[in-house]
Design a protein around this ligand. Structure first.
Ligand SMILES: Nc1ncnc2c1ncn2[C@@H]1O[C@H](COP(=O)(O)OP(=O)(O)OP(=O)(O)O)[C@@H](O)[C@H]1O
Ligand SMILES: [Mg+2]
Length: 266
């Protein structure tokens, strides 16, 4: 892609169905999300999206990477994933790539002599590029509060069609609100049986309504998949149980939309 960018091999985890099982039913769930992102890109020029969730372990990284994999299935799409979870970076591990001592997002922020190309790794077999976090010690707030992040994302916009940012949980960290200033929108992951309604309500309060692009319902009990994702309001399943599972979520989301003065783009 770009001269100077390092090419590396990848061994994606089984949960990254968009890469390892693109023909599966699970991968199809991410195609719906891909379709939405492609439409937002085509119709509104949106390019930079972050994935977050109220708490930890709710599926942010799996969602980010599966959405990236789905977008990357179009061979002419230029897709970049940035690992901005400085506290618990996981993108390298999920993708199974080696990353000893190489520059990452942190290095790009602290050293303005480095360009994006110094931290990009190209995963040719996956049609994907990634920027890992680099070595983090302390000071996430200062790093993410830097205007340098804005400059880097502008550069990424020029070089890629889609930039997906993996982030830490919305609560209690301020990181997403800092990142949110420079991106077009968030996907909020809600984990079935896991995300408490109160946490979801608080998370929705923390996000600028106009920047909430969609909600991904992760990990319901479809018969063929342990996990699946939905964009927007899932329709009740024939067994009725799924509608119970999502009813609280739908209410919380609807309440939020009614309370918001700015429209939620969907
Ligand atoms: N859709 C999915 N399919 C398969 N496994 C999943 C899925 N979503 C989440 N998991 C599993 O749940 C666990 C947490 O997922 P993940 O690492 O994506 O969460 P996270 O929100 O990024 O966590 P953290 O807050 O630590 O960053 C992992 O073991 C992951 O493999
Ligand atoms: Mg994660």
């Amino acid at each position: 892609m770009t001269s100077g960018v390092t090419s590396v091999a990848a061994h994606p985890a089984d949960s990254l169905v968009s890469f390892v099982a693109p023909a599966s039913l699970e991968a199809d769930q991410y195609r719906s999300l891909r379709h939405l992102v492609e439409r937002l890109h085509r119709d509104a020029g949106l390019q930079v999206f972050a994935v977050t969730s109220p708490g930890s372990g709710e599926g942010k990284t799996v969602t980010t990477l599966n959405l990236a994999g789905s977008l990357a299935q179009s061979r002419d799409a230029r897709v970049l994933v940035i690992d901005a979870d400085l506290h618990r970076p996981a993108v390298a591990e999920y993708l199974g790539i080696e990353h000893p001592h190489s520059p990452g997002l942190i290095d790009l922020i602290v050293n303005d002599q480095l360009g994006l190309e110094h931290a990009e790794r190209r995963l040719d077999a996956l049609n994907l590029s990634v920027v890992l976090t680099g070595v983090y010690e302390t000071g996430a707030y200062e790093l993410l509060n830097s205007r340098r992040l804005e400059t880097l994302l502008q550069d990424a916009r020029r070089r890629y069609d889609y930039v997906l940012i993996d982030t830490p949980p919305l609560m209690p960290l301020p990181d997403c609100r800092l990142i949110g200033r420079y991106i077009e929108g968030f996907f909020l992951v809600v984990a079935a049986h896991r995300t408490p309604r109160k946490a979801l309500a608080e998370a929705l309060n923390l996000l600028e309504p106009a920047k909430l692009i969609g909600t991904v319902f992760n990990g319901d009990d479809r018969p063929l998949t342990r996990y699946s994702t939905y964009y927007g309001h899932p329709q009740p399943g024939p067994d009725g149980r799924r509608s119970d599972q999502v009813a609280w979520w739908r209410r919380a989301f609807t309440d939020r939309r009614h309370r918001s003065s700015a429209p939620v783009s969907r």
